[in-house]
Design a protein around this ligand. Structure first.
Ligand code: NDP
Length: 329
């Protein structure tokens, strides 16, 4: 009999999540039936989507939603060998049982030297979000200028690097000077700290006096309403996330954006990465190749210990992560 530790949502988040909103519990797992396997989480992901999705899809007492890289420790399913690593979607749990249907193997070409945790970041869902958002939603073209916010995070850092690979000029902004230094290190043409600039409008204009063809928006809110005025005519905006609004108890009001949308004839499209689940393999292959070739660099903010999952989640929402926020069990 295996005892799994799990984190449950004790109380729905009111405003910014607190440690007291979570409860650590233990669950006894039953013995395996034929066709099942027992998995042990090795790395777990903490992501911004958990904040709005918990509100929409979960009830108090549910196990927190999320993905992990897990090792198969016991198998009664011939398709899954003990010792193999897979990506699961079993939430914040140290151990779980699966029939294998919801599991994805890491690509067979995964090099030993590469951390498997990247399957939750640069070579996983966030990397794919950058890939499909840029290629299919922004439809970036060589020579264009791309703006991305939350640029030093899991999605944003890949967006900037893919835009460089695609022959674009890239402007990114992030919430600390260290993050800005990192963006320059990984090839962003221009980067600034949105928390310390005296005027966001001026900083955006200085970084690209001619304006922006593509805007990959991870943040929403006030940032968007300012950036939209600096789009070029026929510019494209990929609305990926709205992290500046996820913790609001009262919806923000801001300048309305219809006038610049009309006069600049902008195309604005929201998207969810699962739209491209039939092209997952293509995206994973491309991302893995670029990482192996050193064309896409990665950084992970690894928090040690399953017991620290809520703290890692809250820290990520506060901007404490450089690159992908990961928890190592
Ligand atoms: P990150 O790794 O970028 O972590 C979140 C970052 O957001 C923080 O580090 C912080 O960086 C920044 N942030 C937090 N609050 C604010 C704020 N009020 N204003 C500006 N920036 C803020 O997370 P991900 O890369 O995983 O996700 C980035 C965005 O992409 C999120 O909005 C997420 O919901 C969205 N997303 C959407 C998907 C889709 O399918 N549409 C899929 C995956 C992610 P800083 O220090 O720079 O402030």
């Amino acid at each position: 009999m295996v005892t799994a530790k799990v984190w449950v949502l004790k109380k729905h988040f009111q405003g910014f999540p607190k440690l007291s909103d979570f409860d650590l519990k233990q669950i006894e797992l039953p013995n395996l039936k034929d066709g099942e396997l027992l998995l042990e989480s090795v790395f777990l992901s903490v992501d911004p989507y958990m904040r709005p999705y918990s509100q929409r899809d979960m009830k108090e007492g549910d196990i927190m939603i999320g993905t992990q890289v897990a090792r198969i420790v016991e198998s009664k399913n011939p398709a899954f060998k003990v010792g193999a690593f897979v990506v699961g979607r079993s939430g914040w749990r140290t151990h779980f049982i699966s029939d294998g249907k919801d599991l994805q193997f890491l690509p067979s070409s995964w090099p030993e030297s590469l951390p498997r945790s990247l399957a939750l970041g640069t070579v996983g869902m966030p990397g794919l979000t950058a890939y499909f958002g840029l290629l299919d939603v922004c439809k970036m073209k060589p020579g264009e200028t791309v703006l991305v916010n939350a640029a030093a995070g899991a999605v944003g850092s890949v967006v900037g690097q893919l835009a460089k690979i695609g022959g674009c000029k890239v402007v990114g902004c992030a919430g600390s000077d260290d993050k800005v230094a990192y963006l320059k290190k990984i090839g962003f043409d221009e980067a600034f700290n949105y928390k310390t600039v005296t005027s966001l409008d001026e900083a955006l204009r200085k970084a690209s006096p001619d304006g922006y063809d593509c805007f990959f928006d991870n943040v929403g809110g006030e940032f968007t309403s300012i950036a939209i005025n600096q789009m070029k005519k026929y510019g494209r905006i990929a609305v990926c996330g709205a992290i500046s609004q996820y913790n609001d108890s009262v919806p923000q009001k801001g300048p309305y954006i219809q006038i610049p949308l009309i006069f600049k004839e902008l195309r604005v499209e929201g998207f969810i990465v699962s739209r491209w689940s039939n092209r997952w393999e293509e995206g994973m292959k491309a991302l893995l190749k670029w990482v192996v070739e050193g064309k896409v660099k990665y950084h992970e903010q690894v928090t040690e210990g399953f017991e620290n999952m809520p703290a890692a989640f809250i820290g990520m929402l506060k901007g404490e992560n450089l690159g992908k926020a990961i928890v190592k069990v």
